[in-house]
Write a protein that binds this ligand. Structure first.
Ligand code: SAM
Length: 298
């Protein structure tokens, strides 16, 4: 079945009485080479594994994944798509469609049940809805499910942001947070015309290779992420000022001292710092709050 053919898509939509739901970010792929290429590249050449897909739509990417991988588990929020998926994926016995909202799903438990119990390692591959890209990416990374790769197609500008370096305009809290979990690589761009309906923005595919061990050790990861959030909350303010809104429990002089002791001037802004710097500052904050005896919390 050629699910990227416009007439086929229209026919399926008519047959199953479907409409494109904006509230679920439904822009389906209608370019044949894009889903094939995403499926080819999402695990960097390792096809002996399972794939968790978010938002199969009418099954366009799912179809290409099912042809290549041992098992595909696809989580779809829109229940009206389920009969269409049953039809478009009928030839595969390695696909399981789960009717759920990924944001309300215990991803670790799902992957354990669907993949690890049968001894399979696994990755994520998805054409994500635009309205919820960064929350979904963080939900997947924070789940601790044990993915090898998280490959997603999202808005081009968000990919640029996630691939940016400290000191650049694109670099932000999300860049630093994601780099704690993995290494981001842009794979390729996808113009808006490859979707139906065409969105207002262009897209790009990026692959995150998850770190086996976090690249930095921190005494308390909760404080580490608060430092990142605080550092970027008010981008135009100096780092000590910006941090003082997040850490109201510490006075400004203490935060200025910490920033200077970590090797930066008190006028530095958060966007100049990498995750090693945020980890160093977070540990100094933990010690300022709880004393020198604070211990490492993974
Ligand atoms: N994979 C298809 C493709 O590439 O043509 C459809 C991609 S479309 C951009 C996004 C899909 O995600 C839609 O099927 C939508 O219903 C689904 N979706 C939106 N929010 C979701 C959520 N919170 N949980 C699971 N699926 C969701």
């Amino acid at each position: 079945m050629r699910l990227t053919d416009i007439n086929t898509v229209k026919e399926i939509m008519r047959e199953f009485d479907l409409n494109f739901k904006k509230k679920f970010g439904q822009n389906f792929l209608i370019n044949a080479s894009v889903p094939a290429r995403i499926a080819d590249e999402c695990t960097n050449g390792d096809f002996d594994c399972g794939i968790l897909e978010i938002g199969p739509g009418i099954g366009t990417l799912t179809y290409e994944l099912a042809k290549r991988y041992k098992k595909v588990v696809a989580v779809e929020i829109d229940t009206t798509l389920l009969p269409a998926l049953e039809h478009t994926l009928a030839e595969f016995d390695n696909v399981t469609v789960i009717s759920a909202d990924i944001m309300k799903t215990d991803v670790k438990e799902l992957c354990k049940r669907e993949f690890s119990d049968i001894g399979m390692h696994f990755s994520v591959c998805a054409n994500l809805p635009y309205y919820i890209t960064t929350p979904v990416i963080m939900h997947l990374l924070e789940s601790g499910a044990g993915f090898d790769y998280v490959t997603v197609m999202i808005q081009k500008e968000v990919v640029a942001r996630l691939c940016s370096m400290p000191g650049t305009a694109d670099y932000g809290a999300i860049t630093a947070s994601v780099s704690y979990y993995g290494e981001v690589k842009k794979l390729f761009s996808v113009p808006a015309g490859c979707f139906m309906p065409a969105p207002k923005v262009d897209s790009a595919v990026m692959r995150i290779r998850l770190h086996e061990e976090p690249p930095v050790k921190t005494l308390d990861t909760g404080v580490f992420f608060r430092v990142i959030r605080g550092a970027f909350a008010q981008r135009r303010k100096t780092l000590p000022n910006s941090l003082s809104s997040e850490f109201g429990e510490l006075d400004r002089a203490c935060l200025t001292g910490i920033v200077e002791e970590s090797g930066f001037s008190a006028t530095v802004r958060g966007e100049a710092l990498g995750i090693e710097d945020f980890a160093r500052i977070a540990d100094m904050i933990v010690k300022a709050k709880f004393g020198e005896t604070a211990t490492y919390k993974p």
